[in-house]
Write a protein of this length. Structure first.
Length: 310
């Protein structure tokens, strides 16, 4: 049939596929290995398998073709995702509170956050206040729902003027947790203090989390990118990064062991932001401890780009 030229493989066919294409040596699968392979989407697993085969062929010291070793890499990738989400959650918690504190200290009106002039245009070239309004109006928080229902009814397709009227009067601290992390990052980076001539809020938030002013933009963008990867079930191992910040001076001793576009640099930038956040001081140590359990996994987080042997 049209569109069905690629057949669906049953489990024995998947195993044969992996062996015939030299992803692994022919072995009798242990019960737990078979259970793992049956529990994971085969195409997703192949993303790991291709990189594992390439690493074995091109990098000295990684000649093993054990399927169990790759299964361990996949499991560690999952553990790292969970650890990163924990760190990102700590940072997000602190950023929301720091933004509210800084905003209320510098703005006479506690609900001017949905006014266009509060923000500078950002690289998306989309009005930030409109993103804020759309997210607040869809909130299911009882306080917000009660406030909006007391002013009228909201229907999808309502104009921004109508939404603004319904949301108006809600203080910043009541809506901050209804705003997505991506929009929060945009707000921190582009909210003016009071007027166009004044400094931006990001300096105050940067001071609140004790992160270098000159790096806060890069770190926030990196945190947002990392959060999307973790939240969307993406592979971290052997993944080249985008929006990668400069290598943090605090960890310059790690520079010789990490590619500048590796996932590890993104993780270090998150660690910098967590150093003064309650519970975040030992974050890097926990990541390094996890990486130390597998040289293959550590290589794929620290190096990413595989250099062929000459």
């Amino acid at each position: 049939m049209t569109g069905d030229s690629i057949p669906y493989l049953d489990f024995p066919q998947r195993v044969r596929y992996l062996i015939e294409r030299e992803y692994f040596d022919e072995v009798a699968l242990a019960r737990d290995e078979q259970a793992f392979l049956e529990s994971i989407n085969f195409h997703y697993f192949l993303g790991y398998a291709r990189n594992f085969r390439k690493m074995r062929r091109e990098v000295k010291g990684f000649s093993s073709a054990s399927i169990n070793e790759l299964i361990e890499v996949v499991r560690l990738d999952q553990e790292l995702s969970c650890l990163l989400f924990e760190g990102l959650r700590m940072l997000e918690w602190r950023l929301r509170a720091a933004f509210v504190d800084s905003y209320c200290a510098t703005h006479e009106s506690v609900n001017s956050y949905h006014v266009a002039s509060t923000y500078a245009r950002d690289e998306l070239d989309q009005p930030i206040h409109e993103a804020v309004l759309r997210q607040v109006i869809r909130s299911k928080e009882p306080y917000i729902v009660e406030h909006i229902s007391g002013r009228g009814e909201y229907a999808s397709g309502d104009s921004m003027a109508k939404i603004d009227e319904l949301v108006s009067g809600l203080p910043i601290w009541s809506v901050i947790d209804s705003i997505s992390f991506g929009t929060l990052v945009r707000m921190i980076r582009h909210t003016r203090r009071v007027s166009e001539e004044d400094e931006f809020m990001w300096k105050l938030v940067s001071s609140a989390i004790e992160t270098p002013h000159q790096m806060i933009h890069e770190y926030l963008v990196a945190a947002h990118t990392l959060r999307n990867l973790v939240a969307h079930h993406s592979r971290l191992w052997m993944r080249p990064t985008t929006n990668t910040p400069k290598f943090p001076n605090t960890y310059k001793g790690e520079k010789r062991n990490a590619h500048p576009k590796s996932m590890y640099v993104m993780i270090l930038s998150l660690s910098i932001c967590l150093l003064k956040v309650p519970g975040g001081k030992d974050f890097k140590g926990r990541v390094d401890e996890l990486l130390s359990t597998s040289s293959a996994f550590s290589h794929g987080i620290r190096q990413v780009f595989i250099e062929s042997k000459s």
